[in-house]
Design a protein around this ligand. Structure first.
Ligand SMILES: *[C@@H]1O[C@H](CO)[C@@H](O)[C@H](O)[C@H]1NC(C)=O
Ligand SMILES: *[C@@H]1O[C@H](CO)[C@@H](O)[C@H](O)[C@H]1NC(C)=O
Ligand SMILES: *[C@@H]1O[C@H](CO)[C@@H](O)[C@H](O)[C@H]1NC(C)=O
Ligand SMILES: [Fe+2]
Length: 463
């Protein structure tokens, strides 16, 4: 009797513990399974048939406002043509010429990696394109974004730390089949995880490229560099950071005045997207610092309502993985994000999901005696960690207890998210775990724009 009621009491206390500090720690427990890479012969990595057939085809935005596309692919038998033939329905065909390069990495030599920028595209138009001209031609298509404007609806997908396991495949399939229909992927970095294999086995970069082609050849993936892109390995004679990544994934950094492909910006529909690099110097006087300082005042919210930042290592993270790794960058830039009313910051790195309250940690200084430095702040972004793409390293399950006040929702499950912009004031955000059917929203929130509609949108205040 006594035992039973005290157990009952314990149950109550445990239940309370789940929700009372800060936000929600999801009670959902995913069954523990090892995350393993799909085998080389897997259907997900299929090599296209035909002599010198282009493989690993992927596209990304090629200019600042969405009227150009960078088309990239790899040929392996010989260099072949770097030309792209492209047209829209009823329009005459045009040809653009790119360039191809190879690189070596320890004992690996890459295929010919082609990049070709096609320009002067019309907005909101379906284009067909062909690569592999002269050998095995392959046809793909994409749709350009609508013209930049404050109320343009547009749907972004979010994936981070994807890798190439069976779980990665499940994440990508869920994204593809999500009825919310993402139009462009914002990728938070850590792509292939080649560096988890002996000598950073760069064949894994090739299989990763073939894996994502089924999505990335048809809609742009916007790239952020993560730590698994560094590939700095002096022990095997590889001294040039980001060598495989920069050869394979081009971005339009020059169009935003950036001196390096690790930090840049694009406008797309009603969003202004700033990509930062957690692994490129950001201290005062560095190129990234100077670039961002000039960049933020350029954002015109009457033109692009939504200000979104992508980076790899999260600033607000309550898991016992990579805890506080983002601190030094937060210290450098957080004040600017609050001043410029960034709507949301997406990060990866931690292999789990977490959404923060709108908080900042800028009031605190070492003299003012404020010992709870993180405060709710309606000018601050929401911070979302979406590093749960499903890579070979597995899930981050170990959380800090109690859940800190800044953390609104956290769960260690694989998944992806959707940021669905409706107009200048509203965007619907949802997170979708792989363990559910494709239409299930495991976490969601209506975002109110910080510039046009700076009303409290926290999920805890709404409930
Ligand atoms: C990967 O996902 C696709 C699409 O759902 C499926 O057709 C394919 O069989 C999967 N491959 C593996 C190795 O799981
Ligand atoms: C901001 O964008 C609006 C809408 O395109 C435009 O009318 C205005 O001139 C721009 N402001 C600046 C300072 O460029
Ligand atoms: C913006 O979108 C939201 C959500 O769909 C809607 O409730 C609101 O009325 C829209 N605002 C305008 C001005 O259309
Ligand atoms: Fe990472």
């Amino acid at each position: 009797m006594i035992i039973k009621s005290s157990l009952h009491l314990l149950g109550l206390v445990l239940n309370l513990a789940v929700v009372c500090n800060g936000g929600i720690t999801s009670p959902f427990v995913r069954k523990a399974e090892k995350t393993v890479d799909m085998p080389y012969e897997s259907d997900a990595f299929q090599v296209p048939h035909g002599y010198n057939a282009p493989q690993q085809v992927h596209i990304t935005q090629g200019d600042h406002k969405g009227k150009a596309m960078i088309v990239s692919w790899v040929t392996v038998d010989e260099k072949g043509s770097s030309k792209v033939l492209f047209w829209s329905e009823g329009q005459k065909k045009r040809m653009a010429e790119g360039k191809a390069k190879t690189y070596t990495y320890h004992d690996y030599t890459s295929g010919y990696i082609h990049h070709c920028t096609i320009r002067n595209l019309e907005y909101n138009t379906k284009y067909y394109y062909v690569v592999g001209i002269g050998h095995t031609e392959r046809l793909f298509w994409f749709v350009t974004p609508p013209e930049v404007g404050p109320d343009v609806t547009y749907t972004f997908g979010l994936m981070g730390d994807l890798g190439q396991t069976f779980d990665s495949n499940s994440t990508l399939t869920h994204y593809e089949e999500n009825p919310l229909k993402g139009q462009t992927v914002l990728n938070l970095g850590d792509l292939s995880y080649a560096d988890n294999h002996p000598n950073h086995d760069n064949v894994k970069w090739d299989t990763f490229g073939r894996f994502i082609e089924r999505s990335a050849a048809y809609q742009p993936w916007i790239w952020t560099a993560g730590n698994h892109e560094i590939d700095y390995a002096p022990e095997i004679g590889e001294y040039k950071p980001f060598k495989p990544y920069t050869h394979r994934y081009n971005v339009p950094h020059k169009a935003s005045g950036s001196p390096a492909p690790f930090f840049y910006s694009i406008k797309r529909a009603s969003a202004y997207i700033i990509v930062l690099s957690s692994y490129t110097a950001y201290g005062k006087y560095t190129p990234q610092y100077q670039w961002l300082e000039q960049e933020l005042p350029k954002v015109n919210r009457s033109e692009t309502s939504w200000l979104i930042v992508l980076l790899h290592s999260p600033w607000y993270n309550s898991y016992n993985y990579h805890y506080m790794e983002g601190e030094s960058m937060r210290v450098m830039f957080e004040l600017w994000f609050v001043q410029h009313k960034v709507d949301v910051v997406f990060a990866g790195h931690v292999h789990a999901y977490e959404r923060s309250e709108r908080v900042s940690n800028i009031a605190y200084n070492i003299e003012n005696g404020k010992c709870s430095p993180v405060v709710k702040d309606q000018s601050a972004p929401v911070y979302i960690t979406i590093g749960d793409g499903g890579n070979i390293e597995g899930l981050a399950t170990n959380m800090r207890e109690p859940q800190p006040d800044y953390s609104a929702y956290r769960e260690a499950s694989f998944g992806h998210a959707i940021f669905d912009i409706k107009n200048r004031t509203h965007a619907f955000y949802s997170w979708h775990r792989n363990d559910d059917g494709v239409a299930v929203k495991a976490d969601s929130m209506w975002f109110f724009n910080r510039y046009h509609h700076p009303v409290d949108d926290s999920t805890s205040s709404q409930s």
